[in-house]
Design a protein around this ligand. Structure first.
Ligand SMILES: [Cu+2]
Length: 187
C-alpha cells in the first residue's frame, strides 16, 4: 500500500514533508523573537519563570509517561516474555548475504510465536518485516562476524503475506534486497 515511499522520489518527498513542522516552528520562534521580544537581556536571568517551570514539568511528564507506556511494545521485552512463557515457539533461521536472504522457512503459523535467528554472511544487513498494510512490525540488525545469531521473537496475529526488506544500507542492490513470509492459519 505504501510502496511508493520506498522508491527514491517517494522517500525524498516524505523526508521533505516531515521537515515542514520543524521549519514552521523555527520561523515562528524567530518571528516572535524579532517582533515580541526585541531585547532578551531585559529579562532577569537568575529567575526561572512560571512558563519555564511549566514546560519543564510537561517535558518530564511526557518523557517519563511515553517511555513507561511504550515499554510493553519493545521487541526485546516482548521476546523475553514469549521465551519464558511459551513452549510452542517456531524457529526460523536466516542468513543475509548481499543481496538476498536464505531462510529455513517462509511459512509461519498464525498465533504461535516465531523466533527469527539471523546472521550475516558478509556485511551489515537488516531484516525488517512489514505488515501487509505497510506498517513495519519489527526490524533486526544483522552484523557480520558475531558468534551468536541476532534473535527476536514475534507473534503474528493475522494471516497474510508479509514483506521483508533490508533496512541497513548494504551496497548497490540494497533496494532490491527483499523477501516474503507467508503467515497461514493454524493447522
Ligand atoms: Cu541492505
Amino acid at each position: 500500500m505504501l510502496d511508493f515511499l520506498f522508491s527514491g522520489w517517494g522517500a525524498f518527498w516524505m523526508t521533505l514533508f516531515m521537515l515542514v513542522p520543524f521549519a514552521a516552528v523555527f520561523y515562528y520562534v524567530i518571528w516572535r523573537k524579532s517582533v515580541v521580544d526585541p531585547s532578551p537581556e531585559a529579562t532577569a536571568r537568575s529567575k526561572i519563570s512560571r512558563v519555564e517551570v511549566g514546560w519543564l514539568a510537561l517535558v518530564l511528564v511526557v518523557f517519563v509517561g511515553v517511555n513507561l507506556a511504550s515499554l510493553k511494545y519493545m521487541p526485546t521485552l516482548k521476546s523475553a516474555h514469549a521465551a519464558t512463557t511459551r513452549t510452542d515457539i517456531q524457529n526460523v533461521d536466516l542468513t543475509a548475504t548481499s543481496w538476498s536472504y536464505d531462510m529455513s522457512s517462509r511459512r509461519i503459523e498464525v498465533g504461535r510465536p516465531v523466533r527469527f535467528s539471523g546472521r550475516s554472511g558478509d556485511t551489515m544487513h537488516g531484516f525488517a518485516v512489514y505488515h501487509p498494510d505497510g506498517r513495519v512490525l519489527f526490524t533486526m540488525m544483522l552484523m557480520p562476524g558475531l558468534s551468536k545469531p541476532t534473535s527476536l521473537i514475534h507473534t503474528f496475529s493475522e494471516p497474510g503475506k508479509y514483506k521483508v526488506r533490508c533496512l541497513e544500507y548494504c551496497g548497490v542492490a540494497h533496494h532490491a534486497m527483499r523477501d516474503e513470509i507467508v503467515v497461514v492459519a493454524a493447522s
